[in-house]
Design a protein around this ligand. Structure first.
Ligand SMILES: NC(=O)C1=CN([C@@H]2O[C@H](COP(=O)(O)OP(=O)(O)OC[C@H]3O[C@@H](n4cnc5c(N)ncnc54)[C@H](O)[C@@H]3O)[C@@H](O)[C@H]2O)C=CC1
Ligand SMILES: N[C@@H](CCC(=O)N[C@@H](CSC=O)C(=O)NCC(=O)O)C(=O)O
Ligand SMILES: [Zn+2]
Ligand SMILES: [Zn+2]
Length: 367
């Protein structure tokens, strides 16, 4: 049955309140309006940022909402004025938009895009500042402009990357967030040179995706250690972990990455960098009210503190390129998928994320 122009009723996992188990509901998904695309989501993974917003610590978190932002699917229909995708196209929704026209996109200095960010930050669509999701007339907020924990979602056209239809959607869904963030933090943000000594604070998906030659992995979950050759568990040392690393590496590392969202670990990550040139990149998302601190002397003596969003990748232009790299076996994705479940098991998937041993859990949305 043709669904174009019709409201679609489908299953979605709804977050009604912070920390309350998600419930699978029948939700109504309105047709896409001007400049919007409705996508049938086939696979979505869970990222720690979903858990972060669900926890209530995200200052932009709004409830009730439909979380999810690491997914792949097929365009079901498009709104007026949409020219770059059409029904049937295989796509990855991108929480970091790319319009090509705003001052951010034109600057050439950043992958951040300003076109729809104000609307996505408050859970609505740009054209009428309303949600396309509802349950019996009660609106549900969108999340990160993607809301992929729904069998159908509506996104802005500037937030859709069209990909090779031969790519396995159950795998390349990870290219919607975690893997590009890790790779891009190394390639684009830090620009790590071959031979550099690198400390990665945590061996989750974003951390592990940072494939570099000389890697020192730091995590409190020892189940993750089998994935790297050199590792440290801060719980097994009396000295501050930055001191342990400085002692081990003849003065500190060339680069470090914090992929946890813990401001005290962010400080350790900066302070384990080598005097004169060490660069630390913040990837992890810290809760509302948290602030970073260090002695300014750390920066005066040449250490550099930076951050990255989506690894600095321009989403619509570079996600298709990352998919090609995956298809050519130039980047790894499959290795990060440790669990596969159905949408109905989403709360179990979040439990797995928190239990340790889990990297990415991919949910099949229509099983
Ligand atoms: N900046 C960006 O664009 C993005 C940021 N993120 C953020 O990156 C972080 C990581 O995300 P995921 O890889 O999905 O998380 P994950 O849940 O897969 O991994 C987190 C890891 O941190 C470890 N950990 C927790 N506390 C620790 C501590 N005190 N010391 C050492 N290790 C510790 C855990 O054992 C786990 O291995 C999150 O904060 C997430 O919100 C995720 C994607 C994009
Ligand atoms: N609403 C959050 C913002 C969290 C954040 O920094 N998000 C990252 C992506 S995390 C993906 O898993 C990001 O891209 N930030 C740039 C942006 O424009 O949001 C908060 O306020 O803490
Ligand atoms: Zn994410
Ligand atoms: Zn833009």
């Amino acid at each position: 049955m043709a669904t174009q122009g019709q409201v679609i009723t489908c299953k979605a996992a709804v977050a009604w309140e912070p920390n309350k188990p998600l419930t699978i509901e029948d939700v109504q998904v309105a047709p896409p309006q001007n400049g919007e695309v409705r996508i049938k989501i086939l696979y979505t993974a869970l990222c720690h940022t979903d858990a972060y917003t669900w926890s209530g610590k995200d200052p932009e978190g709004l409830f009730p909402c439909i979380l999810g932002h690491e997914a792949a699917g097929i365009v079901e229909s498009v709104g007026e004025g949409v020219t770059e995708v059409q029904p049937g196209d295989h796509v990855i929704p991108c929480y970091q938009a790319e319009c090509g026209e705003c001052k951010f996109c034109k600057s050439g200095k950043t992958n951040l895009c300003g076109k729809v960010r104000a609307a996505t930050g408050v859970g609505v669509m740009l054209s009428d500042r309303k949600s396309r999701f509802s349950i019996n007339g009660k609106p549900l907020y969108h999340f990160m402009g993607t809301s992929t924990f729904s069998q159908y979602t509506v996104v802005h056209d500037v937030s859709v990357a069209k990909i090779d239809p031969k790519a396995p959607l159950e795998k390349v869904c990870l290219l919607g967030c975690g893997v590009p963030t890790g790779l891009g933090a190394v390639w684009n943000t830090a620009k790590v040179e071959p031979g550099s000594i690198v400390a990665i604070f945590d061996l989750g998906t974003v951390g592990l995706a940072q494939r570099v030659q000389k890697l020192l992995g730091i995590d409190i979950d020892s189940k993750k250690f089998e994935r790297v050759t050199e590792f440290l568990n801060p719980k097994e040392h009396d000295k501050p972990i930055q001191q342990v690393i400085v002692d081990l590496t003849d003065g500190g590392v060339d680069y470090s990455f914090e992929c946890i969202g813990n401001v005290s670990v962010m400080r350790s990550a900066l302070e384990c960098c080598h005097k004169g040139w060490g660069t630390s990149v913040i990837v992890g998302v810290a809760a509302s009210g948290e602030e970073i601190c260090t002695r300014p002397f750390q920066l005066v003596t040449g250490r550099v503190w930076k951050g990255t969003a989506f690894g600095g990748f321009k989403s619509r232009s570079q996600v298709p390129w990352l998919v090609e790299k995956y298809m050519n076996k130039e980047i790894k994705v499959d290795e990060y998928i440790t669990h596969s479940l159905a949408l109905a098991e989403i709360n179990k998937a979040f439990d797995l994320m928190h239990e340790g041993g889990c990297l990415r859990c991919v949910l099949a949305m229509h099983e």
